[in-house]
Design a binder for this molecule. Structure first.
Ligand SMILES: *Cc1c(COP(=O)(O)O)cnc(C)c1O
Length: 363
């Protein structure tokens, strides 16, 4: 059997009719940028998260760097972030000329709340939480720390659409929640897309101006902005997917549950589930000391896997200038050397999953 780590086509075919109907509707509307679909999506996505406002953007990376830009964070400022973040999370900070200050993750692959305080200096302006693999960080502690030290809080929710901590949705704990709608995400479009959510009406207004060359009224530019607009086509298609997100998340939870019950190989460590955090299982990430052998073993049986992520940002060539080296963040480096994302996607059949479980147990 051939099993790919992700199957985005399954997510399309399940709702094919609705997607095709919406695509034609937008194509025939004659309005392709900043129209009704974007406005409707922004309303619906804000309502979904429980935030007051949503602003559609061109990508998740744009959401991140524009969030820090509008919060006034730039050269000379420090932002605390987990060392095992995705590289784009870190780029959201450094594009603005600010400095990322890395913290080792906890056992749930999340920013370790207990290690934040010792990293705070007078230059610290914000904390960036990345809800990696779909599971929320310990937000009660992190929010309290940010309040105590008067730090801005930005959440990278590119992998956590719909994930909650203590019943509250990720993206709504801090000043700004940043989302990506890249096709492989839990709420994925058919191309690039992103958004921010916030309760701050002024900030949302400024973001709408900033994404459109800094202009509120056409050809009157208030600030030097950028071009980062969510297309009408993407927004329309995302509305279709959003209307099914709850059932899609439910399905992923069921898949995760079956993996959890089915895999019992002492050489393979299953992901830990945080109390009061209901993961949306963007990835199902196991750990294995003999990862290379495991990858090969699965490959021989037609099972594809991915590594999220093989090189932590501080060891990436792009960030040599930060001056870190191997050994700087041992917990993170150990994770990078042992994590493996096994197949997890909407539309995965029971037969496919059984096949993967059997192979993992045989290894
Ligand atoms: C995908 C992703 C991003 C970047 O989103 P793009 O839309 O690809 O720019 C940022 N952070 C995390 C954690 C991601 O998974």
């Amino acid at each position: 059997m051939e099993i790919m780590p992700n199957r985005m086509d399954r997510g399309f075919f399940r709702y094919q009719e609705a997607f095709e109907k919406k695509a034609l509707e937008v194509l025939r509307s004659g309005r392709y940028v900043l129209g009704e679909e974007v406005e409707a999506f922004e309303r619906e996505f804000a309502a979904f998260t429980g935030a007051k406002h949503c602003v559609g953007l061109a990508s998740g990376l744009d959401a991140l760097w524009m969030a820090f830009r509008l919060l006034g964070i730039g050269p000379g400022d420090e932002v605390i972030v987990q060392a095992n973040a995705y590289i784009a999370s870190v780029m959201g900070i450094t594009i603005n000329g600010a400095t990322p200050v890395f913290v080792e993750p906890d056992e749930y692959f999340a920013l370790d709340a207990e290690q934040i305080e010792e990293k705070i200096t007078e230059k610290t302006k914000a904390v960036l939480v990345v809800h990696l693999y779909g599971q929320a960080a310990r937000m009660d502690r992190i929010v309290a720390l940010c309040r105590k030290h008067k730090l801005r809080l930005v959440e990278d929710c590119a992998q956590s659409h719909g994930a909650c901590y203590q019943g509250k949705m990720t993206g709504t704990f801090g000043d700004i929640g940043c989302f990506s709608f890249y096709p492989s995400k839990n709420l994925g479009g058919f191309g690039d897309g992103g958004a921010i959510v916030t309760d701050d009406g002024q900030l949302a207004g400024e973001m709408k101006v900033y994404r459109n060359y800094g202009s509120e009224k056409r050809y009157y530019n208030k600030v030097v902005g950028t071009n980062s607009r969510l297309d009408e086509l993407q927004a329309g298609l995302l509305r279709v997917r959003l209307s099914h997100l709850q059932e899609l998340t439910q399905e992923r939870r069921q898949l995760a549950e079956r993996y959890g019950q089915g895999i019992h190989n002492p050489g393979i460590q299953l992901p830990k589930v945080r109390d009061q955090a209901d993961s949306v299982w963007h990835q199902y990430v196991v750990r294995c000391d003999a990862r290379q052998e495991l990858i090969r073993f699965l490959q021989e049986r037609g099972i594809g896997t991915l590594i999220h992520y093989p090189i932590p940002p501080h060891l990436s060539q792009a960030y040599v200038y930060l001056g870190f080296s191997r050994g700087s963040f041992p917990i993170t480096e150990r994770m990078a050397d042992t994590v493996l994302s096994i197949p997890m996607y909407n539309g995965m059949t029971e037969e496919e999953q059984e096949y993967v479980i059997e192979a993992l147990n045989q290894f």
